[in-house]
Design a protein around this ligand. Structure first.
Ligand SMILES: Nc1ncnc2c1ncn2[C@@H]1O[C@H](COP(=O)(O)OP(=O)(O)OP(=O)(O)O)[C@@H](O)[C@H]1O
Length: 505
């Protein structure tokens, strides 16, 4: 058998209270797209950070193209031919594409020459990109292109991608897969982290599965069903969310002709948005990222105030009320960005619990925080939502992405909102945990809450919503019943079709 491109032997890394990677061994072959799978907190990010020189292993060794490989920082990894495209992009909004690319290079060529190379490489790989575009004006998919091209310019032997498709439309996913196949054909291997099992089955040659920091299997995903893959990850079988009987109640949230200017140079204005959600109902809002999702959530949560008369909560005009008053009245929300927005990174989970639940959960006594009650509440969220963390005292930033997501959503659901508005509730969450979060949302609705789920995951929206609407450049289409909706109609709605005759056809 040919020598592998990268051999990992006995890689081990411990953090306080948890062994993130425990004696991990596997090979990544030449010309191979290799998936790395595992539930939230299984150790995927830690492993790729060791390969990219961001985290130093406690033990173990790596051999790249037959030579010892011990990168002490990412620049060393890049010199040896290892590139990485992160889940969170590290781009500067105010700079153009070429300037951003130059910032990530050790010895950037002159701007004109670099712009030319970006143009050539982007066209060659089917990822067209204008080097002079200001990054703040790009869609999420285009930003990812910038990150990919930045890696490709360095001619990588191994490209690591962390959940690359979570920000892409179905069409963009197809394009990305073509690019990755072309790269493989030209001799670049790809290490691909994803929770989307069907994508892995389509794209990847091999998959390594981690559970609780240990490697449990390496298999051929094409020959393994998505369910088998998921069950290897969790070591057990899991339930799919069950639809429930809906009895719709009164309208709990009503938005009428809401227009708001863009919050900043790169935001999206909301244009004449109207919607209504009844008790017992889930309204799903789809759309490509950057079409007003964050702005809609901010307007509904009260982070931004709206013109009087535009937002009604349980029959009361709350347009001019801030988040605290809306929370008191029963509207809770979960923004997309978990670290920094939904949770304060350096605060413990208990402290983060106090941040949003203090008043509704009675965590204050005589004006002081009742820490015992706060800890109880936090522990209840941790156990109900199966948040993997050493304790309630652990800082939010130390949780794996998916586990923090379970925590921030669970924290709101456990407060029994009358109206819940969430953006990307299962982003980065593994299949089993995503099913649990969706079930919790359905149960909450069945108990009489009105729910708005904003998501880029269309499968998710089809699974849990009663009605569907799409955001396009800050406009919201009419909501139509999900039963009977076809992918074509959804595509039209996401593209901004206003004529809902199509949707009802
Ligand atoms: N900097 C850190 N400090 C303390 N603990 C950490 C740190 N980084 C990761 N961990 C812990 O290590 C374990 C593995 O986390 P890791 O982020 O590698 O998981 P993951 O498989 O990438 O999860 P996800 O799919 O949720 O992103 C988790 O229990 C996490 O809480």
């Amino acid at each position: 058998m040919a020598d592998p491109l990268l051999r990992l032997t006995g890689l081990t890394k411990a953090y306080p209270g948890v062994i993130a990677n425990d004696d991990v061994n596997f090979d990544i072959g030449e010309n191979e797209i290799h998936a790395l799978l595992g539930e939230n907190g299984a150790g995927k990010s830690t492993l790729v950070k060791m390969i990219y020189g961001l985290v130093k292993p406690d033990r173990g060794s790596m051999v790249l193209q037959g030579q010892d490989y011990t990168p002490s920082e990412p620049s060393e990894a890049r010199q040896r031919g290892v590139g990485m495209v992160f889940q969170h992009f590290s781009l500067f909004d105010a700079l153009n594409v070429a300037e951003n690319v130059a910032l990530g290079m050790e010895n950037p060529p002159k701007t004109r020459e670099l712009a030319e190379r970006i143009r050539t490489v982007s066209e060659e790989y089917g990822l067209p990109l204008d080097p002079s575009r200001i990054v703040g004006t790009l869609s999420a998919g285009e930003r990812q292109r910038v990150e990919i091209i930045r890696c490709l310019l360095q001619d990588p032997k191994l490209l690591i991608m962390d959940e690359p498709t979570s920000v892409l439309t179905p069409q963009e996913v197809d394009i990305l897969f073509q690019t990755l196949n072309k790269l493989r054909a030209e001799g670049t291997s790809i290490l691909y982290i994803s929770h989307k099992l069907e994508e892995i089955r389509t794209l990847c040659d091999t998959a390594t599965i981690l559970r609780l920091g240990k490697k449990v299997a390496t298999c051929t995903p094409k020959d393994t069903s998505a369910r088998e893959l998921a069950e290897m990850m969790v070591g057990a079988s899991f339930a799919t969310p069950e639809a429930r009987q809906t009895t719709l109640g009164e309208v709990a949230l009503k938005v009428a002709n809401l227009s708001l200017p863009a919050p900043g140079a790169f935001g999206t204005p909301l244009r004449d948005v109207s919607l209504s959600v009844q008790r017992g109902e889930v309204l799903g809002i789809g759309g490509v990222a950057g079409n007003g999702q964050d702005e809609l959530l901010a307007a509904l949560s009260g982070e931004r105030l709206s013109p009087a008369g535009s937002i009604e909560l349980l029959g009361t005009d709350v347009s001019r009320q801030g988040p605290m008053a809306r929370r008191d009245a029963g509207l809770l929300s979960g923004p997309e960005e978990r670290l920094g927005h939904a949770a304060a990174p350096n605060m413990s989970l208990t402290e983060n619990g106090v941040l949003t639940a203090a008043r509704r959960e009675g965590l204050l006594k005589n004006g002081f925080i009742d820490w015992a009650a706060a800890k109880d509440f936090t522990e209840k969220v941790i156990s109900t939502f199966d948040v993997r963390t050493p304790s309630a005292n652990t800082a939010a930033r130390a949780l794996s992405g998916g586990n923090l997501q379970k925590y921030v959503i669970g924290r709101e659901i456990m407060q029994r909102p009358e109206v819940l508005v969430v953006n990307q509730p299962t982003w980065g969450v593994d299949a089993a945990a995503a099913a649990a979060i969706r079930q919790a949302i359905l149960d909450l609705a069945a108990n009489g809450a009105a729910i708005v789920v904003i998501s880029q995951d269309l499968d998710e929206l089809m699974e849990i919503s009663d009605r569907f609407a799409a955001l396009n450049e800050g406009r919201l289409t009419d909501a139509v019943p999900v039963a009977g909706l076809t992918i074509d109609t959804i595509g039209l709605m996401m593209g901004g079709a206003q004529d809902m005759e199509v949707a009802h056809a």
